[in-house]
Design a protein around this ligand. Structure first.
Ligand SMILES: *Cc1c(COP(=O)(O)O)cnc(C)c1O
Length: 353
C-alpha cells in the first residue's frame, strides 16, 4: 500500500468534513450551513450564466466579483482575491505567506483545517492554548512566524474586538496575520476596516455561511495589494480558473442583494439569541455565540450520548473526540422550527440526568 505515493503525503492526515447525508431527511445542524436559501437573485443570475456561455472559459480574474467585494469594503480590486471557497483561499495563503523556517501560531481549539494546510506545505506550527473559558489572549502570539485566527473562533463562537486584532498585527510586524472571518457577519467586527493600515493583515471571508452559498464554493481575501499579488502568483501557478462562470455570477448577485442578506442574517441572530436561554434552562452550559452556531455541554450527559440520541431523532450535530472539547457539541443555528425540534430532543435526552 502507498507504494506509489509521494513520500511527502504518505503520513498526511487530511481534514474530515462534516457528514453530508445523501437522501435521508435529517435536520442538518452539523456543518454551519445557512437554513435559508440564497437570494432569489442568485438563482436567476446562475440560470442566465448557464444559458449564456458555458462554452467559454470564465474570467480568470473574477473582475466583476472582486469589484463588488471591493466596493462593499471601500477597497480597490487589487486588494481583493477570489477563490473556490475560503478553504482554497486559506490554503493559498498558507502557501504564499508562511516560511518553513519560522513557526506559525494558532489556538489549540480552532478550525481543524489549519494544521492540515501547514502539514501539506511543510510548515511548522505551534498550538497556543486558549484559557479555561476558551478565550484567546493576543499577548500569547507575539513575534511569531505568522498567526492564523478565526474571528469569531470556531468551534467556540467567541469573538475578539478589533483592538485585539490591532494588537496582534502590531506585535507581529514581520509576519502575516491571517484573520478567518467565516462567521463575522453573525456578530463580530470585521478587520476589513484595517486593510490599508496594516501591510501584514489578510482577512478571509466566505459566501458559504451568511450568504447561503456553501454549494457554490466562493471565498475571498482582503489585503494590501502586494499580498494579493502573492496570492495571484500562487493561484496562476496552479489553476487559472478556480471560480467557474456560475460561481462568479451567483456570488455577484448575492453580494448585490443586501436587503436579503440583512434579513436572513438578522433572523439567524434572533433565533440564536432566543434558543440560548432555552438550552440553559435545560441545564446546558452554552458559550456566548457571535456566530451561527452554539458550543454547548450538559454536565450530566456525555456529548457522545447526545450526539447519538439526536441522530436517532433525525438531528445531525458536530462532535470531536479531542482533548478539551470532547464534552461539547457544536450545533448550527437553524430555523425556529428546527431549534424547537432540537430543544425537544435535548429535553428528552437529558431528562432526569
Ligand atoms: C466553514 C469555514 C470555512 C470554509 O468555508 P468555505 O468557504 O466553504 O470553504 C473556513 N473557515 C472556517 C473557520 C469555517 O468554519
Amino acid at each position: 500500500m502507498k507504494e506509489f505515493w509521494s513520500p511527502r503525503i504518505r503520513d498526511m492526515i487530511p481534514y474530515t468534513p462534516g457528514e453530508q447525508p445523501q437522501g435521508q431527511p435529517f435536520i442538518k445542524l452539523n456543518t454551519n450551513e445557512n437554513p435559508y436559501p440564497p437570494s432569489p437573485r442568485v438563482l436567476e443570475a446562475v440560470r442566465q450564466a448557464a444559458a449564456g456561455s458555458l462554452r467559454l472559459y470564465p474570467d480568470p480574474e473574477s473582475a466583476a466579483l472582486r469589484d463588488a467585494v471591493a466596493g462593499r469594503y471601500g477597497l480597490k480590486r487589487e486588494q481583493v482575491f477570489a477563490g473556490n471557497g475560503s478553504d482554497e483561499v486559506l490554503a493559498i495563503c498558507f502557501q504564499a505567506f508562511f516560511d518553513p523556517e519560522r513557526t506559525i501560531l494558532f489556538p489549540d481549539v480552532t478550525y481543524s483545517f489549519y494544521p492540515v494546510f501547514a502539514g501539506l506545505y511543510g510548515l511548522s506550527w505551534r498550538e497556543v492554548p486558549l484559557d479555561e473559558q476558551f478565550r484567546v489572549h493576543v499577548s500569547d502570539y507575539r513575534g511569531s512566524g505568522g498567526v492564523v485566527l478565526p474571528n469569531p473562533n470556531a468551534p467556540t463562537g467567541l469573538a475578539l474586538p478589533l483592538e485585539d486584532i490591532q494588537a496582534l498585527l502590531e506585535s507581529n510586524p514581520r509576519s502575516v496575520v491571517l484573520i478567518d472571518e467565516a462567521y463575522v457577519d453573525f456578530g463580530a467586527a470585521s478587520a476589513a476596516a484595517l486593510v490599508g493600515r496594516y501591510p501584514n493583515l489578510v482577512v478571509v471571508q466566505t459566501l458559504s455561511k451568511s450568504r447561503s452559498l456553501a454549494g457554490l464554493r466562493v471565498g475571498f481575501a482582503l489585503a494590501d495589494a502586494d499580498l494579493i499579488a502573492a496570492l495571484e502568483c500562487v493561484k496562476n501557478s496552479f489553476n487559472s480558473y478556480p471560480l467557474d462562470r456560475l460561481a462568479q455570477a451567483g456570488a455577484l448577485a448575492a453580494l448585490e442583494d443586501r436587503d436579503y442578506f440583512q434579513q436572513t442574517t438578522e433572523q439567524i441572530i434572533r433565533t440564536r439569541d432566543t434558543v440560548i436561554p432555552r438550552l440553559r434552562a435545560l441545564g446546558f452550559q452554552c458559550l456566548p455565540s457571535s456566530a451561527n452556531f452554539l458550543f454547548l455541554r450538559h454536565p450530566g450527559t456525555p456529548a457522545k450520548v447526545l450526539l447519538d440520541g439526536l441522530r436517532e431523532r433525525g438531528i445531525l450535530v458536530r462532535w470531536w473526540d479531542k482533548p478539551r472539547i470532547s464534552d461539547y457539541l457544536r450545533v448550527t443555528v437553524g430555523t425556529r422550527e428546527e431549534m424547537r425540534a432540537l430543544c425537544q430532543a435535548l429535553a428528552e435526552l437529558t431528562a432526569g440526568r
